[in-house]
Each structure stands twice: as structure tokens, then as C-alpha cells.
Design a protein around this ligand. Sequence first.
Ligand code: SF4
Length: 149
Amino acid sequence: MDEEIPELERAFPAIAHYLPVRHLEAIQTSGMYEGEPGSWATTCIDNKACVFVYYEGDIAKCSLEKGYLNGETTWRKPISCHLFPIRVTSQPRTMLRYETIEECDAAVERGEQEHITLPDFLKEPLIRRFGEEWYNEFIEVCNEHKRIS
Ligand code: SF4
């Protein structure tokens, strides 16, 4: 979202120390984000990892989120990342779509075992994006759907 660009720029100096040298170099060369107003995305390296990825062992993690959780910033990460695997499109009207990717299989399995639904799991980002009133209505509709299905 356009209003997230200044947030990203403000957060960067505080989280840069987590990033691999290659990612810092990529940011210096290509910038932190690309696209155009209404359609920004964080820059990727070799069309793969986002420049904000850092590694703990062989696990890729988000440096923006790490900085937020460590109290180094006040902005968690782009809302599109926070909402994943829900994707939001705004044309012709706002629509939410569940994107399935193989990398999420283990999380889906765990959610099924622990009876955690996607709306429960994404409560925080859904409220961040659409507000608490919307979220409560959404949960009511989901519960209603469960009752009749
Ligand atoms: S969560 Fe988003 S900003 Fe963070 S590393 Fe992943 S793609 Fe990049």
C-alpha cells in the first residue's frame, strides 16, 4: 500500500543489521521496493528471496518483523505479508482470496490438528487491515456458514 512506503523507509535503518551483506548490496543497487503507486512490492533477489529476508540456520525469516518483535521499530511488516496466505485485491471491489502454496502445508496440517481456522490465525492482520467491527462481522458470517454447512 502506498502509505507503507514511508514506514518501510523509517524501519530500514533499525533492521539493516539483520540483513546479509548481499541483501544490503541489492538494496543499495536496486532499492527496497519496486513498482508504481497502487502496486508496490519489496525488491527480490534473483526473483526469489525478498531483500528483507535474513536467515536463522537454513530458515528464512523477515527482518522487519524481527525488528518489530525486538522493539526496534513500531511497524511490523507490509500488510500484504502480514495477511498471507490471504491476498486482497481491490479491483473492481475489495476481495479476499486464499492462496495455497506448498510451503504452507505444514502450517495447514497444524491448524487442522489444533482446530485453528484461518480467520483465527489471521485475526491481528485482518483487524489491522479492515478494523475490529469488520472482523467481528466476518467471524459471525463464518460461524453462520459453519452452522449451515
Ligand atoms: S514478510 Fe514480506 S517484507 Fe518480510 S521478508 Fe517476507 S516478503 Fe519480505
